[in-house]
Design a protein around this ligand. Structure first.
Ligand SMILES: Nc1ncnc2c1ncn2[C@@H]1O[C@H](COP(=O)(O)OP(=O)(O)OP(=O)(O)O)[C@@H](O)[C@H]1O
Ligand SMILES: [Mg+2]
Length: 497
């Protein structure tokens, strides 16, 4: 048979083995081994080539003489196989194969059967002409992490996922930090986009969160204490519907603080109260775009749409507040829906730059609701996807709740170890492949696929905002506009400057 790859050699086990290869196997390719009436599927995880003739020759002249006698037959190739399971049930066999057992290239038919079962078409196997489709239920409920160094195709992967999810009428929410998806358009389908300009309900915010939004220093204990007191009083006195605008609510807090200023009890705190009032005034002036009252973010989310939350213009702390607020409210809403109707209303939430939102060594407001969803979202139909180019700075706890991984090139060993720590399925040999992956190539592991795969992610056919800027083309267009050759900049000599 021409698809004979070679023979099992050395000591074998039921999880991994070596084989002497007849043909040079590709890393990531699949092999099948028949023994004990089972057809076992394996993946080639590493390949080594050697030549006995050249061993221990350290003199260049001798080496060159020997090279004269060398031909292709002088080489040997040893491949290392990770056993994935039997073709029928994907169960690891209980016994290892005997040395000498034949190793075959896995047939396209078998690979087709394994990889074409899902609904989300993500790309092709690198080593064979087989489409790879992911199981959407396992992908969303068991959470996903998309990891790679910058420029390796994370946003392209997200765009492919968005188009595929859109095709099955999924409800998706993306926090778009760099306006990459706000104008996403696919060539072959219409992506139902719902752009959300996010707002936070000031009345529903915790006292501390509202003060953080107003810019009150976390260490300013007197301001924080006075703020809490004023807000508590206002909330006890008025309901949310009593206010028509954010300014009405904030002004009522300011009035309360003004009242404290006149009280003997707070004489020594007048300066702090005054600063706090200024902060609240600034809140009304500068944060008016992201604040609202009598508002629930859930009303902005459209079911069966790709909802894109445009957070591109927010600073870091407002981004954190918006993400934590939306995430928390979504989980609350989904829990309530399930309890009330006994039917879940699934949603998949994508967090770009996840290392900024759920960082490893720093508390953020978003970390609490996101790690909560990572732990318990599965039961309520809330799935998350963490996208990051700096995995080692990503919260280990949330990362390890992601069972599905799409990992492209990762160079730094500390990034690799961090990911390996979070995913027991990422073997040492697969890890070694990560630095060698090219743009758009990725290792996919997790329950969304029956077996791990090295995949060429398909190129998103359409437009999204994160593509590499073509410097030369853009500069050439400018050049063609007949720019004068010499510009005398009078301003530079202007005395007024
Ligand atoms: N699967 C693919 N096939 C072909 N080209 C791709 C693929 N994925 C990405 N590219 C190209 O690589 C470039 C960078 O891709 P992308 O913006 O997705 O990277 P990224 O990992 O999101 O980068 P960043 O970390 O900066 O956000 C783009 O120009 C894109 O066209
Ligand atoms: Mg990107």
């Amino acid at each position: 048979m021409d698809n004979l790859m070679g023979y099992v050699i050395g000591e074998t086990s039921n999880t991994e083995l070596n084989f002497l290869a007849k043909q040079l196997p590709e890393i990531g390719s699949y092999v099948s081994i028949n023994y004990c009436d089972l057809e076992i599927l394996g993946m080639v995880e590493s390949v080594n080539q050697g030549c006995k003739i050249f061993e221990e020759v350290y003199n260049i002249k001798d080496f060159e003489k020997l090279k004269y006698f060398e031909n292709n037959d002088s080489y040997y190739t040893i491949g290392k196989i990770k056993i994935l399971g039997d073709v029928k049930n994907m169960q690891i066999p209980r016994i290892p194969p005997k040395p000498g057992t034949e190793v075959y290239n896995a047939s396209e038919k078998i690979l087709g059967e394994i990889f074409s079962k899902g609904t989300i078409e993500i790309g092709n196997l690198i080593s064979a002409d087989s489409k790879v489709k992911l199981d959407v239920n396992k992908l969303c409920s068991r959470h996903l992490a998309i990891l790679a160094i910058t420029g390796m195709g994370k946003s392209n992967t997200v765009s492919v996922l968005l188009e595929e999810l859109n095709n099955i009428h999924a409800t998706v929410l993306v926090f778009d930090m760099h306006r990459e998806y706000v104008e996403i358009e696919a060539k072959s389908s219409i992506i139902r986009r719902n752009i959300i300009r996010p707002k936070i309900n000031v009345y529903n915010m915790s006292y501390d969160a509202l003060m953080t939004l107003a810019g009150v220093d976390p260490q300013a204990t007197v301001q924080r204490a006075m703020g809490r007191r004023a807000m508590k009083k206002i909330k006890e006195t008025y309901k949310e519907v009593d206010f028509n605008t954010v300014d009405e609510y904030i002004n009522s807090i300011i009035n309360e603080l003004n009242y404290y200023m006149g009280m003997d009890e707070f004489k020594s705190k007048v300066d702090s109260i005054l600063t706090l009032i200024m902060r609240f005034e600034d809140l009304m002036t500068f944060k008016d775009k992201i604040t609202a009252i009598n508002y629930n973010p859930i009303q902005d989310i459209k079911e069966n749409y790709v909802n894109i939350v445009d957070i591109s213009e927010l600073d870091e702390s407002s981004t954190d507040l918006i993400i934590s607020y939306f995430t928390g409210e979504i989980l609350k809403d989904r829990k309530k829906v399930l309890w009330d109707t006994k039917v879940a209303k699934p949603i998949f939430i994508i967090y770009e730059e996840a290392h900024l939102i759920v960082p490893q060594n720093r508390p953020t407001k978003s970390k609490v609701p996101i790690s909560k969803i990572a732990r318990e979202g599965r039961k309520f139909g809330v799935g998350i996807c963490l996208v990051s180019q700096r995995p080692k700075t990503l919260d280990q706890e949330s990362l390890s709740q992601c069972n599905n991984f799409i990992i492209s090139k990762l160079i730094e060993p500390s990034d690799q170890k961090h990911v390996q720590h979070a995913s027991e399925n990422l073997s040492e040999d697969l890890l070694k492949q990560l630095p060698g992956l090219n743009v758009g190539e990725a290792v996919i592991i997790g329950p969304c696929l029956k077996i791990p795969a090295m995949v060429k992610i398909k190129r998103f056919e359409g437009e999204y905002g994160g593509e590499d800027v073509k410097f030369d083309e853009l500069w050439t267009i400018e050049k063609e506009k007949n720019i004068p050759e010499f510009i005398e900049s009078n301003e530079l000599f202007n005395d007024d400057l």
